[in-house]
Design a protein around this ligand. Structure first.
Ligand code: NI
Length: 183
């Protein structure tokens, strides 16, 4: 039975640390981490990503999904981009290989920053690589919501939370207020 791992919240020092490379994606330890992370984020619901440090594990593992339509109004930027749907997936030792100079702003939220949203600049397209839960290398060139999501999750592995990227603090606030005022 997988374990629910309580997410850490902004203010916890662990979230500011750099995570370690996973030496063996197929090890029992790594497989347990993946199982527990997927169970945790799926239990929380209406979410699109989780990085291992958010549950106190300083390893370079993220789980994510790209919904075709928003699972929550906080992700309403999905609609405009007609993303290809990707079910819950695993990325081990993810790396951004290249990024577009083109920067776009989008609203973000985070399990570790509950009820808060901010308008965050990110590269519009990136190429990334990593390994899935079977140790198979993944290589993708993506843009829009998918690119934003991967950049947000990799930031967690480097100790960066989205509020640290917000450049205009007038577009940072409580989810309900932002949705009523900016959406
Ligand atoms: Ni996050």
């Amino acid at each position: 039975m997988p374990l629910f791992l309580t997410p850490l919240k902004m203010g916890n020092r662990i979230l500011l640390e750099k995570s370690e490379i996973v030496s063996d994606p197929l090890s029992t330890e790594t497989q347990e981490i993946i199982k527990n992370m997927l169970f945790t984020i799926q239990s929380i619901g209406e979410r699109v990503g989780l990085a291992a440090p958010q549950v106190g594990i300083l390893k370079r593992v993220i789980v994510y999904r790209v919904p075709a339509t928003p699972v929550n109004s906080r992700y309403n930027n999905i609609q405009m981009e007609s993303n290809v749907e990707i079910p819950w997936s695993v990325l081990i030792n993810p790396m951004i290989l290249s990024r577009d100079e083109d920067i776009t702003f989008g609203w973000e939220g985070c399990v570790s920053v509950p009820h808060i949203m901010g308008y965050v600049p990110r590269s519009n397209s990136i190429a990334y690589t990593g390994f899935d839960e079977n140790g198979v290398q993944v290589h993708r060139e993506v843009s829009g919501f998918h690119a934003r999501l991967i950049q947000h999750e990799i930031d967690h592995l480097d100790g960066i939370l989205f509020p640290m990227r917000v450049t205009d603090m007038s577009k940072f606030g409580f989810e309900d207020e932002i949705q009523n005022n900016f959406f």
